[in-house]
Design a protein around this ligand. Structure first.
Ligand SMILES: [Mg+2]
Length: 226
């Protein structure tokens, strides 16, 4: 059956998450700093930790390593500032042209994204996703929609009045992205690029395995529309 609706993940699918991380670290570092030099040093420290693979407790580690900063703030406040900041991110190269083409050809395009509402809304705003996508479903806005649940995907299918075999999900993270849409009978495509946070992740069972793996968005669209 011909694909008539494509849903995209947001983080590391429509833009690179590492760009968001860097933008957030720069923002938090500037917010805390008493000088440009100190801001640069803090941002560099945070980025080095990210590049070294630190995830989840980066701000705690920074404060443990820097008593001056620890006297001024808490990790919780840093997380809040990070999530609320207006990020410096852009759609992946070629994405606007692809989306325009899909819409010209009458396909529906939407977004389904997990993550804290405040940060996901700020990203969607900065990327101007509403110029392309309808709906933009941020799963944190509804109980029971967080991946790997099927509820969000079913909600979009109903909104578009399309059958499972007419639908596809393009995303990056095998640990949670493909389980729900696969269960519903959607086509699934993994976008996999070395710059992604999830690049090294492998599916651990068949439920997590996408139908196809591609290295850029245009390949994903080609696979789904040819
Ligand atoms: Mg993602």
């Amino acid at each position: 059956m011909v694909i008539r609706g494509i849903v995209f993940d947001m983080d590391d699918t429509l833009y690179l998450e590492r760009d968001y991380v860097r933008s957030g670290f720069d923002h938090v570092a500037r917010m805390l700093a008493t000088s440009e030099l100190e801001a640069r040093g803090t941002a560099d420290w945070l980025w080095s930790a990210f590049e070294a693979g630190v995830r989840g407790d980066t701000f705690d580690r920074l404060l443990a390593a820097n008593s001056n900063l620890a006297a001024r703030t808490t990790a919780a406040d840093m997380v809040d500032a990070y999530r609320a900041h207006s990020p410096n991110i852009t759609l992946s190269p070629g994405a606007p042209e692809l989306l325009a083409l899909l819409r010209q050809n009458g396909l529906r395009v939407g977004v389904l994204s997990d993550g804290p509402l405040v940060s996901q809304r700020a990203k969607a705003d900065e990327l101007r996703l509403d110029a392309w996508f309808d709906p933009i479903l941020l799963t944190a806005s509804r109980d029971g929609f967080k991946k790997p649940a099927t509820a969000g995907f079913e909600w979009i299918a109903a909104k578009w009045s399309l059958l499972p075999a007419e639908l596809a999900y393009v995303a990056d993270n095998p640990s949670k992205d493909f389980v729900g849409p696969r269960r519903l009978g959607w086509r699934t495509v993994r976008l996999r690029m070395p710059q992604q946070v999830t690049y090294a992740l492998q599916p651990t069972n068949d439920d997590q395995r996408p139908d196809a793996e591609v290295t850029d968005l245009s390949q994903a669209v080609n696979y789904l529309t040819s």
